[in-house]
Ligand binder design. Sequence first.
Ligand code: SF4
Length: 382
Amino acid sequence: MLDYKKLSGLYIHIPFCRKACNYCDFHFSTQLDPMDRMIKGLAKELRLRGSTPKSPIDTIYFGGGTPSILTEKALDTLMETIATYYNVSLSAEVTLEANPDDIDAEKAKYWKRAGINRLSIGIQTFNDKVLNVLNRSHNADQALKSIDLVRQAGFHNISADLMFALPEASDASLRADLNTLVNLDLPHLSVYGLIIEEKTVFSNWKIQNKRAFPSDLDYERNYRIVHEELMKYQYDHYEISSFAKNAHFSRHNTSYWLQNPYLGIGPGAHSFDGDNRSHNISNNQLYLKQLDTGKAHPIIEALSLTEKMNEYIMTRLRTHFGLDFVRFEEKFHRDIKSEHPMLIDQLCSEGLAFLDLNKLKLTFEGFLISDDICARLFFPMK
Ligand code: SF4
């Protein structure tokens, strides 16, 4: 059984969206009717997976799907259940992912009253033609207005999602998006290149040659534009896809990358108890049916020692916090530095990584090929 007494983060998955975006492979349903049942189910799982004494929580993250779909009653139910069964720190970071078309003045004010103190807004691009190809449910005007509205409601800790390497986009439109974001002066940006995932509309279009998609070279050139532009405006590229000003890092996501324990509630949500991972079934009906038995049914993925070491290497190298050789040796009794002396020298001399005291950190050039670098540092699976 997994042990969640020493939690750091709590993730709640809201598995509903108004529309299916053409690139998305997250778990969600566009059938919104079973929402009330789902909220009861989420509250039940929160209760069932709480422990005595109550687990301390430093960050809460409502992700999805589309959490901004939630009614006041639904969000109140979840917040009250969390407060009842978990020991939420007074300074907890409480994030809600929101789509621009869900945001109005009243809703933004309500979120503030409900205890949300960070918003992550799914903007993706300010180009209506591209938003249309992505099948997003908002337009550029709504995206701009949404930032204004949440600021008027008193939110300062705001993150926006931006995508690059998109069909119908160009280097010029990406630069225009970055320019708009920079002028909005948001403290945090999450920037993702399009990856065509299986079983998505884009994947079908690609297989059927219905549309041209950006190449790997376009992807790399776009990623470089994002990095170089945001560096000019004092954003810290602190994780492969994350940029922050004045240390406004996402505390919740940072906690994942530092391998702190977290509990994921809801269909498809993942958890980590510091040693092993688990996930819930990615099916709304079956998830609720399982809870009807009076027990949560996370599927446990026992990790071998080698998998744990490799995960540690991979998650640490994603960030500017870096791969800490001393912590690694304390945790796993293996000295990476002495196991890979030539490789580490080579990565540093090629400008892909650098040493910062006892840590190995990737440069931007290293971020570009981080998967290859990690694969070379990984311990072989037995
Ligand atoms: S709104 Fe988000 S979760 Fe929903 S389909 Fe679009 S990208 Fe996926």
